[in-house]
Write a protein that binds this ligand. Structure first.
Ligand code: UDP
Ligand code: MG
Length: 318
C-alpha cells in the first residue's frame, strides 16, 4: 500500500517511554485508512531504546528504525527522519508523549483541506519548570523580533508537513539546523492546531541548560544578523563616548583643573571596555564558527544501521 503518512520520532535514551509511545501512535495511526510508517530515529542512545524498537520492528512492518553512529542532536535526528520518509506527508513528534499523538488525526484532516504545514501550537505547558517556561516564552519573542522569517510563537517541532515541504527541507544542506525556523522560511500554506503540552510520560528531559542555550543560539544565528548589527552599534556608541571623554580629560589637563590620580576609575573603565570587546568578539565568533562548520561540508549525520526499510542499508530516499 502506498504510504500516506510518515511519522518521525527522534529518540535519545527513551527506554522508559518508547514502548508506550509506540502503542499510542499505533492506536492513532490504525484509524488512518491509508498506509503509514513510523520511523524511529535512534540518536545515539546509550540505553535499551534501540533493542526495544528493533523488537517492535520484527512484529510490525509499519515500523522502521534508523540508528545513528552517535548522538548528533534532536534537530539532526528529525532531519534524518525526513530524508528517509516516503509518505505524502510527514509528522514529527517527540518520543516522550508531551505531544499527544491523537492530535495527528486533526493535523491530517487540515492537510486534506489543503494546508501544507500544520503545526501544533502550545496553549499551555504542563509539568515543566518555571525557568523553562519563562526562557521559552522570552526566546520565541526575542527570535521573532530579530528575524523577518515568520516563525510562529510557542510552537515546537510537533507538526505535519506535506511532501513538497519535506523535499524543500531535504534540499537545505545547512549544518546548524533549526527545523521549526526552516519550515517557517519555506512558506507554503500554514495553519495550526492548538493543544496543551502534557508532562513527559516518563524519563527526564534530554535538553539540559547547555543544550537549550546552544539550541537558542542556533535559532537566532541561523535566522538573524541582528546580533552582528547590535555589536557594531555598541562598538560605535562606545568609541564615540570614549572620544568625548578623551576631550574632557585633555581639557582638564590643559587648564589644570585638578586632575586627581584616579586608579579606581581607570581600572573600572578598563574592565568595562575589555568586557564589552570580548563579548562582541564572542558574537562574531559564533558566526565565524558557523561559517567554518558549513565550509567543512561534513555529512549532517552518520547512519550505522537501518531496520525495516525496503532497501536495507544506509541510504535515504532520493
Ligand atoms: N532528543 C534527541 N536527541 C537529543 C536530545 C533529545 O533525539 O540529543 C529527542 C528526545 O528523545 C525527545 C525529543 O528529542 O524525543 C525532545 O527532547 P526532550 O523531551 O528531552 O526535550 P524537552 O521536551 O524537555 O524540551
Ligand atoms: Mg519533552
Amino acid at each position: 500500500m502506498e504510504i500516506c503518512c510518515s511519522v518521525v520520532v527522534p529518540m535519545f535514551n527513551e527506554e522508559e517511554v518508547i514502548e508506550y509511545t509506540y502503542y499510542r501512535l499505533k492506536q492513532v495511526m490504525d484509524c488512518v485508512e491509508e498506509g503509514y510508517e513510523i520511523i524511529f530515529v535512534n540518536d545515539g542512545s546509550r540505553d535499551r531504546t534501540a533493542q526495544i524498537v528493533q523488537d517492535i520492528c520484527k512484529k510490525d512492518s509499519n515500523v522502521k528504525l534508523i540508528q545513528f553512529s552517535r548522538n548528533f542532536g534532536h534537530q539532526v535526528a528529525i532531519s534524518a527522519g525526513m530524508d528517509y520518509a516516503s509518505g505524502g506527508c510527514v509528522v514529527i513528534i517527540d518520543a516522550d508523549l508531551q505531544d499527544p499523538p491523537e492530535l495527528i488525526l486533526e493535523m491530517l484532516s487540515k492537510w486534506k483541506e489543503g494546508y501544507e504545514v500544520v503545526y501544533g501550537k502550545r496553549l499551555k505547558r504542563k509539568g515543566e519548570s518555571m525557568f523553562k517556561k519563562i526562557t521559552a516564552l522570552l526566546f520565541y519573542r526575542l527570535l521573532g523580533s530579530m528575524t523577518q522569517v515568520n516563525i510562529p510563537l510557542d510552537t515546537g517541532d510537533f507538526r505535519l508537513i506535506d511532501r513538497k515541504v519535506c523535499d524543500v527541507m531535504k534540499s537545505l544542506k545547512e549544518k546548524n539546523r533549526f527545523v521549526r525556523g526552516l519550515v517557517g522560511w519555506a512558506g507554503f500554506r500554514q495553519t495550526s492546531v492548538e493543544y496543551v503540552r502534557d508532562e513527559r510520560y516518563a524519563g527526564v528531559t534530554k535538553y539540559p541548560l547547555r543544550k537549550m542555550i546552544s539550541f537558542a543560539v542556533d535559532g537566532i544565528t541561523s535566522f538573524s544578523h541582528k546580533p552582528l548589527k547590535i555589536a557594531s552599534y555598541i562598538g560605535v556608541t562606545l568609541s564615540l563616548s570614549s572620544f568625548i571623554y578623551l576631550f574632557v580629560v585633555l581639557f582638564q589637563k590643559w587648564f589644570e583643573l585638578g586632575t586627581i590620580p584616579g586608579w579606581a576609575s581607570i581600572v573600572a573603565i578598563n574592565l568595562f571596555f575589555n568586557g564589552i570587546v570580548l563579548m562582541l568578539l564572542g558574537v562574531m565568533g559564533e558566526y565565524i564558527g558557523r561559517i567554518y562548520d558549513e565550509s567543512k561540508d561534513r555529512p549532517l549525520y552518520i547512519v550505522q544501521d537501518t531496520t525495516g526499510f525496503q532497501r536495507e542499508g544506509a541510504h535515504p530516499v532520493a
